[in-house]
Design a binder for this molecule. Structure first.
Ligand SMILES: Nc1ncnc2c1ncn2[C@@H]1O[C@H](COP(=O)(O)OP(=O)(O)OP(=O)(O)O)[C@@H](O)[C@H]1O
Ligand SMILES: [Mg+2]
Length: 346
């Protein structure tokens, strides 16, 4: 049989911080772990209200919960589903997990034993593993967008040019057309290599945004026979742009122009890119057939990844994307991207 002193020793040796609180919310006893967790001395803690360990903002809620608990006390974790915080003597707060068990002391005093665990490092671990999952997910999506924007677009153009090549009767013209295709294949091979190394668009890196856009518009005319009326005013800011913003803008314009050229049934479309109060605005407009907007997630599952990818790119760069369209009314895609992405170190 353990003596009272033995029980005291167990209480003191518990690895968790423990408080004995009476039904009026007054701390009657506590172990050394509780003292070091909160930074108060035993004299300061004993006889004081337990509310002082709760951050000021949650005190009234805590009082309500404590009263309700006193009406029907039972052993249970506290604040299920809530993120509980406690406050130290120096005013700093930390996340905690608290278990409550009611009882009666030999003296007849109704009390609750509160076992408190500081879960700061557990939360950090959970945060880290979530960040890891998120990073893996972002990477996977980045690769799928790159595949879509770099190679799917290339294959679409390749198919069209291949058809033109087959139909070309003149041998000289055929050889010339083949030379262009061979050049593009070489570009695509370099692109794959660069992508494997985890870099962005090779064309973009070689030429810079303004010139890569000009090439894109020229190619759109050559491949799809659709003229792009472009107004790109970035001369003052092109050098200051964050690479994340540049890649996002280029890919968005590329995918939207390809959409206008392949779906809208138009012979021309307009692109405006300009800087405005620290953000770059890109607008891609056509007067074509328009379409019914559907949920981007569903569209992606059905093999239409362009619009969903454009939105993701804008958002990853800290910006946003809107699409205005309806059947017969043409389509306007508008992306805004901050010149410096939010994730960049200052
Ligand atoms: N400018 C446009 N004019 C008319 N319809 C459009 C336009 N842009 C998109 N659409 C319609 O919206 C659909 C979804 O476009 P989205 O770019 O997401 O996918 P996709 O072009 O079909 O395939 P991909 O994944 O190769 O881009 C298109 O299939 C088309 O029906
Ligand atoms: Mg598309």
């Amino acid at each position: 049989m353990l003596s009272d002193r033995d029980y005291r020793a167990v209480f003191e040796a518990s690895p968790d911080a423990m408080l004995i609180v009476d039904s009026g919310g007054v701390i009657r006893d506590l172990n050394p772990q509780a003292l070091s967790m909160f930074g108060w001395s035993r004299e300061e803690m004993e006889g004081s209200r337990v509310d002082r360990l709760v951050p000021a903002a949650s005190r009234s809620r805590h009082k309500r919960h404590r009263r309700r608990y006193a009406e029907a006390p039972r052993a249970r974790p506290m604040g299920q589903g809530l993120e509980l915080q406690a406050v130290r003597k120096d005013g700093t707060t930390f996340p905690v997990e608290i278990s409550l068990s009611p009882g009666k002391l030999a003296s007849g005093l109704e009390h609750v034993i509160c076992t408190i665990r500081d879960i700061t490092s557990w939360k950090r671990m959970r945060w880290l593993s979530r960040m890891k999952l998120k990073a893996a997910e972002n990477e996977r999506r980045h690769l799928s967008r790159e595949l879509h924007d770099e190679f799917l677009q290339f294959l679409v153009a390749f198919k069209l040019r291949g058809k033109l090549l087959v139909d070309e009767a003149d041998r000289k013209e055929r050889e010339r057309a083949w030379a262009v295709i061979a050049d593009e294949i070489l570009g695509a091979i370099q692109g794959v290599k660069q992508m494997i190394r985890g870099l962005g668009s090779p064309k973009l890196e070689r030429q810079g945004l303004v010139s890569a856009l000009a090439t894109l518009f020229r190619d759109t005319r050559k491949v799809h026979g659709v003229k792009i009326r472009a107004s790109v005013n970035l001369d003052w800011v092109a050098d200051e742009l964050d690479p994340v913003a540049v890649l996002a803008l280029y890919r968005i314009v590329q995918a939207a122009v390809t959409n206008a050229a392949t779906h809208a049934g138009v012979s021309e479309a307009a692109v405006i890119v300009r800087s405005e109060d620290g953000v770059i605005v890109a607008e891609i407009r056509d007067q074509g057939c328009g379409f019914e907007l559907t949920d981007p997630g569903t569209a992606r599952d059905e093999g239409h990844a362009g619009l969903a990818g454009m939105r993701e790119r804008a958002e990853l760069a800290g910006g946003s994307l809107t699409v205005r369209t309806s059947p017969g009314k043409g389509t306007t895609v508008r992306a805004t991207v901050p010149m410096v992405s939010p994730g960049r170190e200052p």
